[in-house]
Ligand binder design. Sequence first.
Ligand SMILES: [Zn+2]
Length: 400
Amino acid sequence: MLRTFLLNILAAALLGTSLSADVRNVIVIGWDGAQRNHVKEMIARNELPSLIALCKEGRLIDIDVTDGATDTKAGWTQILTGYSCSITGVYNNTRYQPIPEGYSVFERLESHFGPDKIDTVAVIGKKNHVGNAAPKKIPYTRFEKQLEQKKKGNPAAAAALARTARIFEENGEKFALIPGEPWYSASRKMDLFVNGLSENEKVAERALEEIEKRKDRRFFLFIHFAQPDHAGHQYGENSQEYTKALRDDDLWTGRIVAKLKELGLYEKTLVYVVVDHGFDEGQKSHSYAPYVFLGTNDPAINRDGDRADIAPTILKRFGMDLSKISPLLTGVPLDEPAPRKIAPAEKPAAKARSKKTKDQPLSSLGKNSPALEKLRTLDVNDLTPIEAVNLLKEIKKEME
Ligand SMILES: [Zn+2]
């Protein structure tokens, strides 16, 4: 009994190794704004044949969003870096910055294989939220005029711009700084970054061209379909239009898989269909829509996971040693055990600002406070500066 069990583990381990040895390419296909339940209902009605066929060879798993906003900027940044938003600085669509240099899957693969040994490519439907624009510094008076103008046409966009801009003074002159978009640094290291293609058809046609062009090379390709998100915002999650847009994602996903088969690449290409955020049930918004999915032909995937687990999975499949990546990735590969993170049903309340600790007396820590106990028993003169700092941190944490 035990012997069979051990043999099975050994077999699984060997299978796992040989699998990643055969992997040459990875394609991530993004279905922007695809709600998990809506997709599962369509699967039950047999309406997403390409996704169903893909998952038959691998897995369909639940993915939850437990860190960062359920929106586009935070979503694709997390999916393609594997980090918490506190590490990338991309929290949501209005609070963001360029992803720190070197942190994206694209850049990691470029440096792992060497720039000539892999093609890293992104073909993207959306423009600004999956954008690579440089930071902009503009005189404040001009910024104010822009804001006024935007208010007339698109008040929501004006409000977003006002929230995004950082106002500062330099030599007595006032400026507005619009931060660089998330893909500003990363796109400079990639072989191709093209965004704003809008319709699924245009995105897919460009992607098919790129696959053909690179068929003899190793590649990592990100293909981003925006249509379900747009349809959801315009007509709502329960609309026919939203359903139709998802069918369109599926249709083009099928064409991409067919192309891989035609070129003889399918056997050595892992395809992951992934989602940045879902949709608020029956609404035209996704202010809290943490339930999404991952569908793949990768049979090694063996558990449900978190939005941050996708990037580590890809990097591992390309043979990278994740323990050498700095800073350590937030996510865990989806073929390794990890505690299940489940997004709560209600949006967690924004963390209450911690009470000002500086005026609280130490007695407010309470009788059983570990920090207070340490203070009582320690000789302060024996403390090293690092120990002292850590103790201060402990006190502060207890007071919050
Ligand atoms: Zn959206």
